[in-house]
Ligand binder design. Structure first.
Ligand code: PLP
Length: 498
């Protein structure tokens, strides 16, 4: 079997290298999808669940399933959603994770280095993102992604804002449950105050028992709805018998813009939160990496917009987006590990005890899962391989390409750069939103681009109208070749509608 694995890896790498040599398509041909679909086991067939063996199975995977996968990692021009892709060193590390199959749930320093590698990676991320010293962020863990990190953020916020209104020493939500704890604390509602919060924030609110309707949108203005209206936040914080979590969109997923404009906004929010006993959570899934761009004038506006985010109580970071590690990878930071254990403590399982006090917490007591993948290893590998400067340059390439596309659209007579054509290009991070002026073209714009299989965009809405969204998140971003292709494609499409 081990021999089988060695040979199989060689074949997988060969297949991958071959596709990497030619620019990979963003989408597979429809007939490959049909073939793969037809090949899936049929519950009605007589040999359903019969044994095929590893050799035939590998042939099936490489010959039929792989050709029906999209090119989000291999093409570098798959700009839908905010997918990120995978640096080769991260892919290798991920294969090591599978090969050694560590269960990173209990800190067992005499038996495996895994929990210490995980903590080393978390500390490196703290430094990369300039959040401050590890002792200021004792609560830290890898999650399955930003959605999971947002669940942790709202769960910690919920625990903390209720505890603040209970008498000292009283048990809180983790023990009593939300209903009893809120009654004791005199709380009638817990609200999540945000501006254009990511859809996963609503899901997280539902999961932790606050409800999707607890999320309140407080847009700064009609023109800048992604910005948080801090005066409105202050008003909401004054409501009696209501506890609040402030959720900052850094950045907002449709426009890529930031809810706060810089240090002053964050200082004000911090001061308000402290005065009214609120919790500040930053959803920085992809936007937070603007803080790790090169410290040059080219990126100074983005660095300004993301200044002060370290004043939060908790922060969501995605690994499988801009950091370019494979799915599933997210990161969560909060100041005190006690708030995490208050929610996530896995009680009364003596056989899972780590024994002895350590700076490193057993992950099962500070996050959702008990058994866990060694998902920190690819992130550790990327941080070690690229270093601060290498990553800064990788993020810079993404921003330069995005700005090039934004510039091309701004200059064009046939397309409109959204949300605001007069905006400064230097406000652009990794997202470009745009539409075609010609309504007929605009209706089919997303479909036409995506069917070309040369580049891929997300369809979205802006102020009720269809729009296209480009999100550049791959290490393969190439600001000359890719830009030329986009320009050619934009022109070719409008030529048909003149
Ligand atoms: C992508 C994203 C999420 C959800 O992240 P997943 O990794 O898909 O779970 C949350 N917030 C923001 C701002 C995002 O961009």
């Amino acid at each position: 079997m081990d021999n089988f694995a060695v040979q199989a890896y060689q074949r997988i790498r060969q297949a991958a290298v071959v596709t990497a040599q030619a620019p990979a398509s963003t989408l597979p041909p429809q007939e490959k999808l049909s073939e793969a679909r037809a090949s899936l086991p049929d519950p009605a067939s007589a040999d359903y669940l019969s044994s095929h063996g590893p050799e035939a199975t590998l042939d099936h995977l490489l010959g039929t399933i792989v050709p029906a996968l999209n090119g989000q990692n291999r093409s570098g021009r798959y700009w839908g959603f905010v997918t990120g892709s995978t640096l080769p060193i991260a892919e290798v590390a991920d294969n090591i994770v599978s090969a050694y199959d560590q269960n990173v749930q209990v800190h067992l320093p005499d038996q495996t280095i895994a929990t210490e590698v995980e903590d080393a990676a978390l500390k490196m991320l703290l430094r990369l993102l300039s959040f401050g010293e590890p002792k200021e962020w004792e609560g830290r863990t890898f999650t399955t992604g930003a959605t999971a990190s947002n669940v942790l953020g709202l769960a910690c916020g919920r625990e903390a804002v209720v505890t603040k209104r209970l008498a000292a020493g009283e048990e809180s939500v983790g023990t009593l449950g939300l209903l009893k704890a809120c009654i004791k604390a005199g709380i009638e509602d817990i609200q999540v105050l945000t501006s254009m919060g990511h859809s996963s924030l609503f899901k997280a609110a539902s999961v932790v028992g606050l409800g999707r309707s607890s999320v309140k949108d407080l847009p700064y203005s009609d023109a800048e709805p992604w910005r948080l209206d801090i005066a409105a936040v202050e008003k909401e914080l004054q409501r009696e018998h209501v506890a609040s979590i402030i959720a900052i969109s850094a950045g907002e997923v449709n426009t890529g813009r930031f809810a706060t404009t810089g240090l002053e906004d964050m200082k004000r929010l911090r001061e308000l939160a402290d005065r009214y006993g609120a919790w500040v959570h930053v959803d920085g899934a992809f936007g937070i990496f603007a803080r790790a761009l090169p410290d040059t004038k080219e990126f100074s506006k983005l660095r300004d917009h993301t200044a002060g985010l370290e004043l939060a109580d908790s922060i969501t970071v995605d690994g499988h987006k801009l950091l370019n590690v494979p799915y599933d990878n997210g990161i969560f930071f909060t100041r005190k590990s006690s708030v995490l254990t208050s929610v996530f403590q896995n009680p009364n399982a003596a056989y899972l005890s780590a024994g002895g006090a350590s700076e490193i917490q057993s992950p099962l007591n500070i996050g959702l899962e008990n058994s866990r993948r060694f998902r920190a290893l690819p992130a550790y590998a990327v941080l070690l391989s690229e270093g601060k400067d290498g990553l800064a340059e990788m993020f810079a390439r993404m921003v330069r390409l995005t700005r090039g596309i934004a510039q091309a659209i701004k200059k064009s007579d046939d397309y409109i750069w959204l949300p605001d054509e007069s905006a400064d290009i230097e406000d652009t991070h990794i997202v470009v939103l745009f539409r075609a002026k010609n309504e007929k073209l605009n209706e089919v714009l997303v479909k036409t681009i995506n069917e070309s299989a040369e580049w891929y965009v997300s369809g979205t809405k802006w102020k009720g109208q269809s729009a296209c969204r480009v999100a550049v998140a791959s290490w393969r971003a190439h600001d000359t070749e890719d830009l030329e292709l986009v320009k050619r494609s934009l022109e070719a499409m409008t030529a048909q509608y003149k």
